[in-house]
Design a protein around this ligand. Structure first.
Ligand SMILES: Nc1nc2c(c(=O)[nH]1)N[C@H]1C(S)=C(S)[C@@H](COP(=O)(O)OP(=O)(O)OC[C@H]3O[C@@H](n4cnc5c(=O)[nH]c(N)nc54)[C@H](O)[C@@H]3O)O[C@H]1N2
Ligand SMILES: Nc1nc2c(c(=O)[nH]1)N[C@H]1C(S)=C(S)[C@@H](COP(=O)(O)OP(=O)(O)OC[C@H]3O[C@@H](n4cnc5c(=O)[nH]c(N)nc54)[C@H](O)[C@@H]3O)O[C@H]1N2
Ligand code: SF4
Ligand SMILES: [Mo]
Length: 740
């Protein structure tokens, strides 16, 4: 294991300072064109690109000797990496060199899911995909074909889909992840948070984490900022049923009963409102609905919240005062994966409203409004018109603002249904693990007329494909430009570092060749992905050669909060922060967040909670030999006191590290997983890091290592507001392996 990764982990864990990155920059047409320093490798080529080990997309400098990538490090010029990568990013070479990679196009030989394939040529494979798509289009219209896509290379396939005539383009990073948060903040402030979230962690004086487990959730820039803030003496409040890495640095850890955060948030607001600890001027100027909020929280006393949350009333009062004491630079972090209990948009709203009481939105140490580099679009012909989307049943989930991956899955039906979905193209998402209730996902897959999968690894979803299209890894390809909202704004470039291994191909090539077979040539007028990038850069007044050299063009810092002189505006119907939401009310929902107590786990069972391993990204890295050197499997966290009296283990108590199986409320069993007996989790829940317990036989390292929370997630609580799939509603009990 490399020193770099170990050091990063220490920094992530210890909260020591992270040196600000330096790099020579020259001012160039308003964008700094940084000169990449090359201190480490004489004679090696260095190719800047961006990371795909997770979706944060840090800037990478890839060191190359011959056709081998010798090292990956953070691009100092890139605003998201600032010279550093997280351990996963450094381990990107493990993805490139994974011996289990998909090596050639494949066609299915047996039943879907049996994972038996024969190799074919690219021409044959693409011909079959085109035929599958055309046949479905002829019978049911182009909208009957859906694309699931996650990861940056998916943009080529989104383009292909829209050209084909379907707007069923869905990512599990919405309805299974950020969706409820986006809808909740949008209702309150008139804008979504998106990715990367524009939160000013570095300048916050107090940070409140509600679940969000920074330091395990390893989004590079956020972790750097977090370490820097703590170093400067920022205070930390952590609300988590589990003593997370962040909790270890907190002034207050509130081990909340899972699923009761809305009660705590309402009680905090009760204290802040009744004790007038809010930012009155800010609210007068920018918000509406304060009286309704005050009336709503009047009876939500800490004493009311106590039996629900398990947090003592005095502690609720003390922490409310503490958090309010640092306003406005008191950041209630919005979290990212918000799909917990089905009331998630309302919880996101409660967090957003609390932030408004603290005057934190639009202020330093709070939520910023960064700018974006305007990059010219590629001049494509207009896409065909499309008819109504099929992912939301009539009248359901009215406030969803993206296509629901779970909805597309549900809309997938047998051959007679004319208004359903009949073919899937799956790019870079392992739906068997990403969607709740894999039994449903499997059933829908069996009903499909056609399924094609574009992946780099033989993941579970690949085992169901009719045709498998092996993409090369991010280090072997060009992708389109990326210009997110960030301060400073920047445009980043993914470029090929080394030639693709085996018979794998870049996404742009696959999409273009498939486009040709579908007679969509007009939408693919370019020869290469690099040409698309160069055309766009040139049309935007930037020199492609210079951007290629540095990997990123960085704009000037812009005013992004009130203290910088940025006027605050809110794109809500009222033009103000909406503490009470008329929009929610008009759709028949509560204008203010209501608390509903969650179901209790049955006796002897525990609520199954999940989160991230700091050195893995879901299941996409758990076969990566460089990262599995650091962590090969997950453990199930179990409370130490509970472990002593666990039903079924009375005669022979459970030992630290012993392997158990987990069995959920529907009788679904996990693979064996070792138990971590710890004081650091409540007694009513167990915890598993997500991404382990693979079943795909081609994942030779990861298969059977640890347990999969996804496999145990067969129950789901759907958010009625936007269709998010709350997944923390599953209960498990423990057994020794081999017990009948
Ligand atoms: N290393 C690494 N980092 C990642 C990722 C990765 O795969 N690996 N994935 C990225 C992605 S896509 C996302 S969406 C984010 C997700 O990261 P976050 O948004 O931070 O995480 P969640 O998975 O929603 O929350 C997990 C935490 O919530 C706690 N928790 C569980 N139930 C409750 C509850 O009822 N109340 C409270 N207050 N806390 C609860 C868990 O104990 C755990 O600490 O991470 C990102 N960062
Ligand atoms: N039970 C449960 N379900 C969850 C979560 C959870 O914590 N628990 N987390 C949710 C969250 S927050 C999210 S964001 C989603 C994410 O879920 P997914 O979008 O499915 O993300 P990954 O698990 O990273 O799956 C990525 C797939 O992409 C492939 N891949 C990796 N790199 C490339 C590439 O360069 N090109 C191509 N073509 N393929 C590539 C991998 O091999 C893998 O098969 O899952 C959600 N679902
Ligand atoms: S946070 Fe880590 S894995 Fe994610 S893009 Fe950055 S370096 Fe890569
Ligand atoms: Mo996510």
């Amino acid at each position: 294991m490399s020193v770099t990764r170990r050091r990063f982990l220490q920094i992530g864990a210890a909260g020591t300072g992270v040196a600000a990155a330096s790099g020579l920059t020259t001012d160039w047409w308003g964008y700094a064109s940084p000169q990449v320093p090359n201190p480490h490798t004489q004679g090696d080529r260095i190719v800047p690109t961006f990371c795909e080990l997770c979706f944060w997309k840090c800037g990478v400098l890839a060191h190359v000797r011959g056709d081998e990538v010798t090292k990956l490090e953070g691009n100092p010029a890139h605003p998201l990496s600032r010279g550093r990568l997280c351990p996963r990013g450094v381990g990107g070479t493990g993805a490139l060199n994974d011996p289990d990679r998909l090596k050639q196009p494949l066609v299915r030989m047996k039943k879907r899911g049996e994972d038996v394939f024969a190799p074919v040529s690219w021409d044959d494979a693409l011909g079959r995909v085109a035929q599958g798509m055309e046949q479905v289009k002829a019978k049911y219209g182009p909208e009957a074909v859906a694309l699931f896509s996650h990861g940056y290379g998916g943009s080529w396939f989104s383009h292909l889909m829209k050209a084909f005539g379907s707007h069923h383009i869905a990512a599990p990073s919405y309805a299974q992840c950020r969706g409820p948060r986006e809808v909740g903040y949008n209702l309150t402030y008139g804008t979504i948070l998106g990715s990367p979230e524009p939160v000013d962690i570095a300048n916050a004086r107090c940070i409140t984490l509600i679940g969000s487990h920074l330091g395990e959730n390893m989004h590079n820039t956020q972790v750097q900022d977090f370490a820097e803030a703590l170093d400067r003496g920022a205070q930390l409040v952590v609300v988590d049923p589990r003593f997370s890495v962040a909790a270890g640095k907190a002034k207050y850890w509130l081990p909340i009963k899972p699923g009761t955060d809305i009660a705590l948030l309402l009680a905090w607001m009760h204290v802040i409102v009744t004790e007038k600890l809010y930012d009155a001027d800010y609210l007068t100027k920018y918000a509406i609905g304060f009286d309704a909020l005050a009336a709503h929280v009047a009876d939500k006393t800490p004493e009311w919240a106590y039996p629900h949350t398990g947090i003592r009333p005095e502690l609720i009062r003390e922490t409310a005062r503490f958090i309010a004491g640092f306003k406005p630079a008191s950041l209630v972090h919005p979290g990212r994966r918000a799909t917990w209990y089905g009331d998630d948009t309302q919880r996101a709203r409660a967090m957003a409203i609390l932030a408004a009481l603290l005057g934190n939105w639009g202020r330093r140490g709070g939520f910023l409004s960064p700018g974006q580099v305007e990059v010219a679009k590629y001049p494509y012909p207009k896409y065909p018109e499309h008819s109504a989307l099929r992912d939301k049943p009539e009248g359901k989930y009215p406030l969803a603002d993206e296509v629901l991956a779970s909805g597309v899955c549900n809309a997938t039906v047998g051959p007679d249904k004319l208004d359903g979905i009949h073919a899937w193209l799956v790019y870079g998402t392992n739906l068997i693990q990403a969607l709740p209730d894999w039994r449903q996902t499997e059933k829908k897959i069996q009903a499909l007329d056609f399924l094609a999968v574009v992946d780099v690894l033989p993941a579970e979803i690949v085992g169901y494909a009719d045709v498998v299209l092996p993409e090369c890894t991010y280090l072997e390809r060009d992708d389109d430009l990326w210009a997110p909202a960030w301060n400073p704004p920047f445009v980043a470039l993914r470029q090929k570092v080394v030639e693709p291994k085996y018979d794998s191909k870049p996404g742009w090539w696959i999409a273009k060749e498939l486009g040709k077979k579908l007679q969509l040539d007009a939408y693919f007028p370019w020869q290469t992905g690099a040409q698309v990038v160069d055309t766009r850069l040139t049309a935007s007044g930037m020199d492609p050669a210079l951007v290629r050299k540095s990997g990123v063009a960085v704009g000037k810092l812009r005013p992004s909060c009130e203290e910088d002189g940025l006027p605050l505006t809110f794109d809500t119907p009222s033009g103000k922060i909406e503490l009470a939401s008329e929009t929610l009310k008009s759709h028949g929902f509560h204008a203010l967040p209501e608390f509903t107590p969650p179901d209790e786990p049955p006796a002897g069972s525990f609520r199954l909670l999940t989160g991230r391993s700091p050195v893995h990204t879901f299941g996409r890295t758990t076969n990566n030999r460089e990262l599995t050197e650091i962590q090969a499997e997950n453990q199930v966290w179990l409370n130490a006191a509970v472990a002593k009296t666990l039903p079924g283990f009375e005669s022979e108590p459970l030992q630290q590290g012993e392997y158990v199986v987990l069995i959920n409320q529907d009788g679904i069993k996990s693979s064996p997983v070792s138990v971590k007996i710890t004081e650091r989790i409540r007694g009513d829940a167990v915890y598993l890091q997500h991404g382990f317990g693979h079943t795909a036989k081609g994942l030779k390292f990861a298969r059977g290592k640890g347990a999969s929370d996804s496999h145990l997630t067969t129950r789901v609580a759907i958010d009625p507001i936007m269709g998010g799939t709350g997944m923390s509603v599953n209960f498990v009990r423990l057994e020794r392996p081999g017990v009948a």
